[in-house]
Design a protein around this ligand. Sequence first.
Ligand SMILES: Nc1nc2c(ncn2[C@@H]2O[C@H](COP(=O)(O)OP(=O)(O)OP(=O)(O)O)[C@@H](O)[C@H]2O)c(=O)[nH]1
Ligand SMILES: [Mg+2]
Length: 453
Amino acid sequence: MPRADGYQLGDSIVALATAAGEAGIGVLRLSGPRALAIANILCGLPAARSWRPRHAYLRAFYGSDGELLDRGIALYFPAPHSYTGEDVVELQGHGSPVLLEALLAAAVAQGARLARPGEFTERAFLHGRLDLAQAEAVADLIHARSRSQARAALASLEGRFSEGIDALRQQILGALALAEAGLDFSEEDLGEAHMAAIAQQLQGVQQQLQTLLQQSRQGAKLGRGARVALLGRPNVGKSSLLNALAGRDTAIITPIAGTTRDILREEITLNGLPVELLDTAGLRQSDDPVEQEGVRRSRALLARVDWVLLLLDASSGWQAEDATILAELDAQRCTLLWNKVDLLPAFCPPELGPPSFGISARTGAGLADLRAHLRAVVGGEDSAPYLARQRHVLALEAADNALQEAAMQLHAGAEELVAQGLRDAAAALGQITGAVDVEEILGEIFSRFCIGK
Ligand SMILES: Nc1nc2c(ncn2[C@@H]2O[C@H](COP(=O)(O)OP(=O)(O)OP(=O)(O)O)[C@@H](O)[C@H]2O)c(=O)[nH]1
Ligand SMILES: [Mg+2]
């Protein structure tokens, strides 16, 4: 199956499956029709030697010049019972980058091609070992930054998401068959009983799709994490709060207004939910072109965040500039934080609309409550039943639109268009698992994997 980018399923590919750097062991993985022949040569054996499947051999590993490189464990997984669905050999040696590079070079000298990122998993998909959503879950599991993400990615890898999609797609195809059967009698109108049967099925799938859509939105949010911006006048303590929440001195803090010019990022985890915190330049009128650019960037950021923490200075109270900033924000997606409460004997936040907290970035007062609040507003209370991607959410939305269209056309009695709507919905769902032609998106999906997976 040659592809424009030179992809050849018949190639035997090789990569280091373990991360670069020194470690206890390092694993070289070979996949393809010549995997075993190449492994035999690397182990100093005749190329045609057969191996017991899934048996751990202790073998010597030789470099391309025939020099002994290492001694380690060798495993053979014959097709189709392997990760890729092809013949796979794993050589597990000492985790020395020097040795592993030499072993890799020896495999290439014997005709193996260096695997592209994600190519092992791409082959697993092409051989039907995994569907596309499961293949994506492999990468998501590897890249998980929290236990919740890892748990949800594993659920997707185990097929929880794909099963839901497949079941729904089958039902839509069932409704389509019914609608198409009606088309054969185009002389008469669809019988009323027939119409009612289609309507009932359609209603059922629409309901199930809503559940899947809501769950996958949750899953996509867990996957990418939430993005939260710290905004406010200069000197109110935005950078101090970033450092306090992140637990390290990322941002420079000074008593000089206008210290932060660029957007600074820190990732924190709120009860399993990764949150990207963004510290911004204080919003004010300035003649300094560098600060002006910082202010412009702070404002531009607003469209791309899930939530805004508007910082206020409790010691100076509500100011006209604060009101100006608040007016620019979506009051449904922001929280008011009265910082520096340590400077006051007592503090009770005034009622201004959005939720308000008194905090001190300096002493840490109120930060535990703030974390719990933020977790609730940006992440919801529950973790997602599986991990999903924006691509999946968009496909489900497209399927939802197509089903609505089908329902409308059914109402109007346009059978031909009912069938078309159902066909479109099934195709949109098929894109998620790769059940329909997805050739053009494969490169994009697998290029984001690490090499060796
Ligand atoms: N007493 C007290 N001082 C604070 C607190 N948080 C910040 N400060 C002080 O306020 C000053 C400004 O803090 P920054 O964190 O740099 O403020 P900022 O909002 O990032 O300022 P710009 O980057 O200039 O917009 C520094 O002198 C901090 O030490 C707090 O909770 N209590
Ligand atoms: Mg700052």
